[in-house]
Every structure is written in C-alpha cells, then in structure tokens.
Design a protein around this ligand. Structure first.
Ligand code: HEM
Length: 380
C-alpha cells in the first residue's frame, strides 16, 4: 500500500471539493501542492459562462431544413458522405441524425457511474478521458482518416493496439449507458464521456457537438502507431500532434490532462500517478513537473524492471513519463508549462479549446450545429 494518500474527491462534489474534502485538505497541507481555493467556475472559463445549449449559427428554421435534408439524403442514398474523401465511414450506423436526444440526461448518467471505490483512485473519470483522447487522437489531417468518428476502437485490430491497452474497461463501463440510450452513437458517447469526466472532476466546461456516426466494419480501423510513444521526446511529440493539426500551445495544454489518473504496469508498463490528486482536474501536472526534482526511477527503486520513467525524489510516489519530461527540456514547450503552472485559469481556457478541437477532428460539420455546454451534476 502506498504511503502517500491520494486525494479522492469527485464530481460536483469536486466543484466544492477543495473546500470540503478532508483528504484534499490533508494532502495539501502535507505536500503544499496547490491552493485550496474554489475557482469561480463561471468566471474562470470563457466557455462556461452560458450553461445549456447554444448554436454556432442558423436558427430553428435552419435546423428543420437541415433535418429534412439529412432525412432525404439518408433515405435516398442510404449512407452519409464524409468530407468528400473515400473514407470507409461512408457506410455508417443507423443512429438517426434528426432525432432530438437529451444529451444532458446522458451526461448525468455518465456522471453517476464515475465514482467507484473498487477502481484505481476511486473514479472511472481518468480512464474515460483517455478513451475519448485515444479515439480522437488517431486523426491524420493529410489523409483525413482516423478521429473519433466511427468508434473504430470497438474492433480488432484497433482494440488490440498497444496504446489502447486497458481501454476495454472504459468501453465496458459505458456499455450499459449505450444500452439505455440506443439513440446515441458509440462515437458520440465516448467523446461525451470524456467531456463529462473532465467537468465532473473539476475541469473546465468543454463545448461539445454531437453527430458522430459509428462505422459498421472493422475495416475502418485506424492504423497502429498514430498515438504518441511515451518513451520518446519533443520531435516525436510535435510530429504526432502536428499530424492531428496541433501546435506547441495546444499540445502542452492537452498533456495537462495527466493531472488525472495513473499509469498501470499491466497496460503501458509504467507505474504511478502524476499528481497526488489524480481524481481532480487541476494544473497540478504543470506545478509538479516544474517544482519537483525528478530522478530516474531505477536510481531509487533498484527492483524496477519496467521502462525508463521518472519519479519525484522526495517520495518516489509520483511519476513522469519520458514524454512528459520532454515538455521541460524543450524551450518551445517549456514556456507553456511555466504559463500553465502559474495560471490555472489560462490552462483551463486553453485546455477546453484544445480538447474540443481534438474531439472534432475529422467530423463533418456545416457550422449550424447545436453546441452543448453541459451543467455539472448538482449545478442549478
Ligand atoms: C505525449 C502525449 C502523451 C503520451 C505519451 C501519453 C501517455 C500515456 C500513458 C503511457 C498513460 C498510462 C496508461 C496506463 O498505463 O494506464 C497515459 C494515461 C493517461 N493519459 Fe496520456 N499520454 C499523452 C497525452 C495525453 C492527452 C493529450 C490526454 C488527454 C487530453 C491524456 C490523458 C491521459 C489520462 C487521463 C490518463 C490516465 C488514464 C487512467 O488513469 O487510466 N494523455 N498516457
């Protein structure tokens, strides 16, 4: 059993966790990691000021016209045509695009299953964020393949890609919610689960747009090797995220999600959490990265037989991947690590924008879609 006590505060709960969770108080006073202040969520994030729904453009009339057009297209052609590419996702699921789905209800259902004392640090949130990211992060801006459309990770070989090890737990966790709400596609459900987990664990409001369609066949799987390799450095990270269309600022913001969750020896081979509050979305990844002294795990744990990774010298309980350390070593990345460590509000704003963009990669849009901003559970 680890000697370090990890903070386990949840969801709506997390919005007030920093004041009310006794564990948050105890860990913070021991390690002085981050201030126990409730950020004013409504003011803090530019995206979150309007709860409820919003449109990117058009009005009710436009929506009806769009619905009629989509219906005619669906009936006549029997498939959807994506981006003018020869993407195999042309053949898609039977999820109707025109049906009004209560996404806030599904958000709430996901939020309700996050907390689980038998799982890791007590929340499925982190692994759901990883599922949403791995489903979307396969996108290639040149060939316009990959991305969250299709939910192709349901199929082999993508489900068996090394990078996706352990994500079956996340997919299985969401299955009963899919059964309860057959009208939502798996691809929408997975991306919505990522949004739900981030918000419920205290992160920013992420604008979300539905409309992803599931692929019918495993032939739509993304090729292996599109997700970043944790053992590599800055050039690899830039190249991998560059392929998705991200720049230094977005990349650093996105990796800040490592404030959540932990590494597992039976999945990636690495071990441990990045922060001492792995169920709270904060800028803690950046403050730890900058302020702790990181040493090769082998230097303090002679028995370690796993891949090269770093641990904090003080306790040996927190970890960093070689790819995380690359954010410190590379000047272009480091300037953002420093900014986000100083300014959680800036991090939340940039993360929300980058994560939204990630979930949108490769999804055909007209610009008239409804954009959802979900209420956290317990928020009126
Ligand atoms: C350079 C880029 C990245 C690398 C090399 C990387 C690598 C990893 C590795 C090796 C794990 C451990 C998996 C396990 O053993 O369970 C992990 C976990 C995780 N990653 Fe990343 N990752 C990267 C970027 C991201 C991004 C962009 C996000 C989200 C926006 C993200 C979210 C997560 C989360 C939440 C976990 C914890 C999962 C859990 O607790 O089960 N990562 N990542």
């Amino acid at each position: 059993m680890s000697s370090m006590r990890f903070v386990r505060c949840f969801s709506t709960r997390v919005n007030i966790a920093r004041l009310t969770c006794p564990k948050a108080l105890s860990i913070s006073s021991t390690y002085s990691l981050r201030p126990l202040v409730i950020p004013n969520l409504k003011n803090a994030y530019s995206y979150s000021t309007q709860q409820g729904e919003e449109k990117t453009g058009g009005g009710k009339g436009a929506k009806i016209l769009l619905g009629v057009a989509a219906g005619l297209l669906g009936a006549g052609a029997g498939y959807y045509y994506f981006n003018g590419t020869d993407n195999v996702l042309e053949k898609t699921s039977k999820v109707p695009v025109t049906k009004d789905i209560d996404y806030q209800k599904i958000y709430n259902q996901i939020a309700d299953v996050l907390e689980n004392n038998d799982w890791d640090d007590g929340s499925y949130g982190p692994v759901l964020v990883r599922l949403a990211w791995h489903a979307a992060g396969t996108y290639d801006t040149v060939s316009k393949t990959g991305g969250s459309n299709g939910a192709t990770m349901r199929f082999s070989p993508e489900s068996d890609h090394g990078a996706n090890a352990g994500l079956k737990h996340a997919r299985d966790k969401l299955e009963p919610i899919k059964q309860k709400n057959p009208e939502i596609s798996y691809s929408d459900l997975w991306s919505l689960a990522g949004v739900t987990a981030i918000q419920e664990l205290g992160g920013p409001t992420i604008p979300w747009i539905p409309g992803r369609k599931d692929a019918d066949a495993s032939t739509a799987c993304s090729p292996d090797g599109r997700l970043p390799d944790a053992s590599l450095g800055a050039p690899h990270i830039r190249e991998t995220f560059g392929r998705m269309g991200f720049e230094d600022r977005d990349i650093v913001a996105l990796v800040g999600a490592h404030a959540l969750g932990r590494c597992h020896t039976d999945r990636s081979g690495y071990k441990g959490p990045w922060t001492s509050s792995p169920t709270m979305f904060t800028n803690g990844f950046f403050t730890e990265l900058l302020n702790k002294k990181w040493v090769d795990k082998k230097s303090i744990d002679k028995k370690w037989k796993g891949p090269e990774q770093y641990v904090d010298k003080e306790t040996g309980e927190l970890m960093m991947l070689p790819a995380d350390m690359a954010l410190l070593k590379d000047k272009g990345f480091k300037q953002w690590v420093e900014k986000y460590a100083k300014d959680e509000e800036l991090f939340f704003k940039d993360f929300a924008a980058a994560f939204h963009k990630l979930l949108e990669l490769g999804i055909p849009r007209t610009g008239n879609e409804k954009v959802y901003h979900f209420k956290r559970t317990g928020e009126s």
